[in-house]
Design a protein around this ligand. Structure first.
Ligand SMILES: Cc1cc2nc3c(=O)[nH]c(=O)nc-3n(C[C@H](O)[C@H](O)[C@H](O)COP(=O)(O)OP(=O)(O)OC[C@H]3O[C@@H](n4cnc5c(N)ncnc54)[C@H](O)[C@@H]3O)c2cc1C
Ligand code: FES
Length: 286
């Protein structure tokens, strides 16, 4: 069993959970992920490792409360145990001295890019991070990222901080930087990854994205995380999750991610109803 050490909502709908998982913490590398179950009868979901500490045997993940399992995970109190934390899974992000590296992140990717940016800095890169969000109140870990990056730039869709708009602002940012960027690494939701791929395709800057297709076993056995990269079939769990953004078949990926949408709504409705039922029971006891 894996103990929940801390669990909190850090900005609306984004949660940070720290779990005791010593074997994972000992082996973890930037860019890897875990598969966990929030309860005995629950489904397995993949979540990227945002941080870890081998000495205390803990791992931290940042997640978006989006469906039934993440909703259950968000409700767990410190001190309870969960049945499964498997990992570290997937290949670590390639960390080399490239020169200037731009790390682009949004939503849960702000958390998962932190150790990648830190590792890139440690091997001597100049690291520029671009954080993107709908509004400035959705940013978190700015200080943490600033402490490991040479520069942190923000983009908000409502213009409350930094550049106004979305990652289509990237050409403007690259122009304002007035220095060559040797590599771009992107973590976050599929739309962010695809948008960056579209924007950087013509620039010729090597762009790596951490893909998040549906996964089940995470070990290359079930085939559900199949993606097409450069006309080759790849399993994101064992060949990725990082791939060349300009070679990914984005339409196929977006389509496959929707495969179980109808089924995903049913447990979500049931779990929200159960939650409400328990709340009402508690209230009637009081
Ligand atoms: C390698 C990898 C790393 C990820 N890292 C993070 C992370 O750090 N933080 C975070 O918030 N999310 C991350 N995700 C996405 C996360 O796994 C899904 O949001 C989660 O599974 C949703 O489960 P749910 O039951 O709460 O929602 P559901 O209602 O079941 O699904 C909501 C959405 O999540 C996707 N999803 C559902 N089940 C899976 C699954 N088994 N695998 C992948 N996607 C699924 C569906 O496409 C759907 O659109 C990652 C996905 C992958 C593949
Ligand atoms: S999750 Fe089953 S093969 Fe990748």
């Amino acid at each position: 069993m894996f103990r929940v050490i801390a669990n909190q909502m850090i900005v609306p709908n984004v949660h940070l959970i720290t779990l005791r998982a010593p074997a994972v913490a000992r082996e973890a590398k930037p860019g890897q992920f875990v598969i966990l179950r929030a309860e005995e009868e629950g489904e397995r979901i993949p979540l990227s490792l945002s941080d870890w500490d081998a000495a205390s045997g803990t791992v931290t993940v940042v997640f978006l409360n989006i469906g039934s399992t993440t909703s259950r995970l968000a409700s767990l109190q410190a001190g309870v145990d969960i049945p499964t934390v498997v990992g570290p899974l997937g290949n670590a992000t390639d960390i080399e001295k490239y020169g200037t590296v731009m790390c682009i992140c949004g939503c849960y990717g702000i958390g998962s890019i932190y150790r990648i940016a830190k590792a890139l800095k440690e091997v001597g890169n100049r690291v520029i991070t671009i954080m993107e969000a709908r509004s400035s109140y959705l940013f978190y870990w700015e200080e943490r990222l600033s402490s490991v990056c040479d520069e942190v730039i923000q983009i908000t869709r409502d213009g409350t901080r930094g550049y106004r708009g979305h990652v289509h602002k990237l050409p403007d940012i690259l122009k304002d930087l007035d220095e060559p960027v040797d590599r771009i690494i992107v973590n976050g939701c599929t739309f962010l990854l695809k948008r960056v791929a579209d924007v950087t395709r013509s620039s010729g800057i090597k762009t790596m994205v951490s893909l998040n297709p549906i996964m089940i076993d995470g070990t290359g056995m079930c085939g559900v995380c199949r993606v097409t990269v450069g006309s080759t079939t790849r399993f994101a769990c064992v060949h990725g999750p990082d791939f060349d953004a300009h070679e990914v078949d984005w339409e196929e990926l977006l389509q496959r991610r929707k495969t179980y949408m109808a089924e995903e709504v049913v447990p979500l409705r049931t779990s929200r109803c159960e939650e409400r039922h328990f709340q009402m029971q508690e209230q009637s006891r009081e």
